[in-house]
Design a binder for this molecule. Sequence first.
Ligand code: NAD
Ligand code: UGA
Length: 439
Amino acid sequence: MKICMIGAGYVGLVSAACFSEFGWEVTCVDKDKNRLAMMKAGKSPIYEPGLDDLISRNMKAGRLLFSDELGPAVSQADVVFLAVGTPMRRGDGHADLSYVYQAVEELAPHLNGFTVITTKSTVPVGTSREIERRLRDKNPKADFGVCSNPEFLREGSAIGDFSHPDRVLVGLDDERAREVMARLYQPLSLRNAPVIFVSRESAELAKYAANAFLALKISFINEISDLCEHVGADVQEVANAIGKDRRIGDKFLHPGPGYGGSCFPKDVSAIVRTAREAKSPLSLIEQVSTVNDERKLAMSGRIEAACGGSVRGKKIAILGVTFKPNTDDMRDAPSLVIVPMLQERGASVRVYDPEGRKQAEPMLPGVLWCEGSLAACEGADALVVLTEWNEFRALNLSAVRERMTGNILVDLRNVFTPNAALEAGFYYVGVGKPVVARS
Ligand code: NAD
Ligand code: UGA
């Protein structure tokens, strides 16, 4: 089976590499010359654990190719994936579909023989139908089917998520397309991954509903964590207790500085727009996004409060700036709100992130970049953990404390236990648990 993947970003590149690992022949087409040059050299332009190996292995086997030429890749393909970005549109908060429709315009003249064109990008309800209309308009003789095949992988665990999915969702209304998509995912269905065929509208909406629900869970636990602080409960104990109920589930109940990333913020915004336009507003989901925006601001206030009410003239060490661990992605990271706010209020900020520096540097001007956690803590009045990279968990807190001038530890991911922090001499502020300090 031959695949053309248009867009080789976090989703396109991982999907392409995984499909080639199944044995399919995949050509990845991207417009970004820098990304392309790296990929052609067998290197991943993004940080995703395991991706470099997967790319180089499948390139050597001749199953994974990279190109900036759409024509030959489309004309040979059985399946053409659209995996371009669908960022938040300026002004109205809807999904910006200009990259999707641009790619559709570009691919239309090259269709050759029956071809399935499928979105992997997250697109609002009705987009598949509109893609079909545009393709027919542009190339009336072409023989094709349009599907929606939303992707549910997470950054940082993308290869595992793609290769062992909870489900594969395919929206279509064409029997020939169904046969092609069933064959494409046979390597997964043979391993008992459920491949679910639904209507295109259901597939498109299910993707947004899934992200909105996950975002809702996070905003819910963040509010419960605030309540815990007021009534003397511990949010980790509460989350563990409710998560054991299989109707609730124990995932996505970690409180933190608010969700970020390339998807939850924009997808929550887009489903809200879809619902308003359909005159069926999602008031609950609208609130999820408000709670999340306020959370990021509140966390800056929490750092100030821990520093005695002001950060003016204080040196603050920040560990982790990416929106989550195991990625270099900075899109909508809470750090992009929290760090500038601390700077505005007069703090000088020292930062260490294991993989995020290259992407973060232009986005966080005026911070001092350090080569490791201990270096970042040198002379700091306060230490703030924004992202829970594993290497932070193994830090020797006494060694950290010795490097610092002050003793404040604001742990916005509950990476450390209050007792360990206390033993190392810290005044410890976590989330959803009592503040601990030596009396
Ligand atoms: P990205 O910005 O990392 O990658 C998009 C790529 O498409 C870029 O490399 C860009 O150069 C390329 N591109 C744009 N227009 C093109 C064209 N006409 N021809 C060729 N290349 C083109 O985006 P991403 O994070 O991979 O997200 C892509 C889509 O997948 C979005 O709709 C997103 O919501 C969805 N999604 C993302 C994730 C994730 O974890 N990032 C997970 C599930 C779904
Ligand atoms: C998310 C979804 O989990 C994927 O299923 C989906 O495919 C993807 O969006 C997408 O559509 O792009 P991702 O954004 O990569 O994946 O990462 P998550 O692990 O979901 O984390 C998102 C944000 O929520 C991060 O900022 C993370 O720190 C935060 N989070 C997550 C919490 O604060 N608490 C939690 O319990 C879980």
